[in-house]
Design a protein around this ligand. Structure first.
Ligand SMILES: [Fe+2]
Length: 314
């Protein structure tokens, strides 16, 4: 039976603590079974303006969904409904909470030992020691299509891959019903109610609510309340180590003339293509790596230039 929890029911257990950079809150939605690693965990993280979560990685694949406020992750802007997917052993951050504060869900299909910070030498060494690591991350805003009848399901275009990795923005009309995408060939599925409400077993689950469906449970029937429902449908890939979601390797000639080479972050796989430059950061197309400022940091994981290597095409 799918696990489901509404913020309204869970907020009484919200915990608060002080961090060096601000106040932090955590609200558990779904708690992993201590004795079974293959159980999901879902919780809401909130923080005051300026709170910083340092660059880190987790061992398990993870979704994050911004549910209120704003902030940044690395150099990427985060806004309401943004979905970030991070494969296991992919560093990201820092996460900086913005001026409207920020709340984001953290969603995993498996229990995880927690954040492992890059500024701890043993954790960085551990990350580098993992064989067959396949770092990859992406952020994408969902596209919900309003409907007055029936349902609409829009697949994400960036957060997708093999081994079942996929995400969808699903809208069901007022008092309508529709089957969500089937999680059978995934490592599990989250449904996040971001607007309206879902009726399940006679109870109304309003936004914000979180459900987890195992691959064995089959497609979940979304029954909408009187205002309809918007739901994010988030599929985990069956295994991170064999997924080829990152094999977008271009065949750009890497050897040779400055201005045509490709450099890759050895921690998170961010790619700097000299031919394209990084116009958003004031680095013009054709800028050789040597001319990128020495204090430049990776947009995805905040590491320095020293962790980059030139990609060599054989
Ligand atoms: Fe990086």
């Amino acid at each position: 039976m799918p696990q489901i929890a509404a913020y309204e029911d869970m907020k009484a257990q919200k915990t608060q603590r002080q961090t060096p950079t601000g106040t932090a809150w955590r609200t558990n939605f779904i708690s992993a079974d201590e004795h079974n690693a293959a159980t999901p965990v879902a919780f809401l993280v909130e923080g005051t303006e300026g709170r910083v979560i340092k660059p880190h990685f987790h061992e398990n694949d993870q979704y994050q969904v911004i549910v209120h406020g704003n902030g940044v992750m690395g150099k990427h802007d985060l806004s309401v409904n943004a979905v970030h997917f991070t494969k296991g052993y992919t560093p990201y951050g820092p996460i900086i909470f913005g001026d409207q504060q920020m709340g984001f869900l953290t969603l995993r299909a498996h229990k995880d030992p927690g954040a492992q910070y890059l500024d701890e030498p043993e954790k960085l060494a551990k990350l580098k020691s993992i064989a067959n690591r396949n770092p990859w991350q992406a952020t994408e805003l969902p596209k919900f299509t309003p409907v007055t009848d029936g349902a609409a399901v829009n697949a994400f275009t960036d957060i997708k891959g093999d081994a079942g990795l996929a995400s969808f923005a699903m809208t069901v009309a007022a008092n309508g019903r529709a089957m969500a995408p089937d999680p059978a060939l995934t490592n599990g599925q989250y449904l996040i109610i971001t607007r309206g409400s879902l009726i399940y077993q006679g109870k109304e689950y309003c936004a914000l609510s979180v459900a987890f469906v195992t691959p064995e449970e089959g497609a979940f029937e979304v029954v909408a309340g009187a205002d309809g429902v918007d739901a994010l449908v988030l599929h985990f890939p069956r295994t991170w180590s064999t997924s080829t979601a990152t094999t977008t390797t271009t065949t750009v000639q890497a050897k040779g003339a400055p201005g045509t080479r490709v450099w890759e972050c050895m921690l998170c796989a961010f790619v700097y293509d000299e031919a394209k430059g990084m116009p958003d950061e004031g680095v013009a197309p054709g800028t050789p790596w040597e001319d990128v400022p020495e204090d430049w940091i990776c947009p995805d994981c905040s590491t320095g230039k020293s962790e980059f290597q030139m990609r060599v095409v054989n």
